[in-house]
Design a protein around this ligand. Sequence first.
Ligand code: SAH
Length: 364
Amino acid sequence: MAKPLLRSLVPDRLAEVVAACGAEPYRARQLATWLYGYDALDWDELRNLPRALRASLAEGWDLQGLQPVERQVGGDGTRKFLFRLRDGQTVESVIIPMESHATFCLSTQVGCAMACRFCATARGGLVRNLEAGEILEQVAHLRRDLRADPVPGHGDRQFNAVFMGMGEPLDNWDALPDTLSTMLAPDGLGMSKRRVQVSTSGPGEGLRRLLELAPGTGLTLSLGGTTDEERKRLMPVPGRTGLAEVLELGRLYARQSGRRTTIAWVLIAGSTDGADQARRLAKLAAGGLFKVNLIPLNPLDDDRQAPPAPDVVLAFQGILDAAGIDTTVRLSGGRDIAAACGQLRRRREAGGSAPGKQDGGRPD
Ligand code: SAH
């Protein structure tokens, strides 16, 4: 049996852990600094803690639950990581270098139960939820990677976190509240709410619980249809919640958080790229509480679905723009390294070798 991960505890509870080891209370703050300031992964790194305390902590807790097994760098600088968990399962995380900061794309589950037709993670169903510590440790590995190999022109600590890796965050209530709490806590990662984005396929129950939790972070709603039928066809499980209700919950969240909710719209040729859909989407997004991100499909290797041609993408965006909806096209980074969520893990499990550079440092 693996020990619990120390990062699965919210920072407030480190005091109990330290007390149980018979150490002075101020050691808790030092421990938090190692976990969330220096991203420690090995007990030996905790140099200002007495050896006896380290040994006693190590008896009850694990500091590392993820082993990096693959790192790929795409032509656009996107870095994709595959981690092996202590039970042998694997998850992916991505660093997307933006102009002034890095965005960390984090996984919340091994697999996913939402069964979205266009998503690689959905193919194997849900295996299990990640623990809070397993989600937070992805940040530790990604920050260590950036320290070892910085993106030129980027500052040190500023990164954004988006839950757009594998899994449905609003289907993992074992871990989401503590994960967010550690991310935002001053003695945790100390992130600003504005730098955290929860992305969801929008199961109604999950959205209602998020409203109760009221974390104040950003929310992205992956819509998948402008009618209930369209949505259900592409996103069978979240599609059980009616579109009107999903959008109403998205509006409530925007009011609660004081930030517009983002609608993520995956553009698939001949399926979600029609001018009529763009007009309906513009109506659904009207009212000032939503903005729209258009994501051309990152096609799966065994699928006939494809992204629309660039002029179709621009035309779709033009319709939303003309209706006064703030719309951005998000080119899915790292297409050459299979960076759409779940693709790397799938290729590896299928035994195929993934294209792209292996641990190649900065692309040339
Ligand atoms: N379950 C959450 C988070 C993971 S998916 C959610 O649905 O939001 C993160 C984003 O990637 C979603 O907006 C989803 O619609 C999008 N996505 C999934 N597969 C994709 C693919 N093959 N190409 C482009 N975008 C994809």
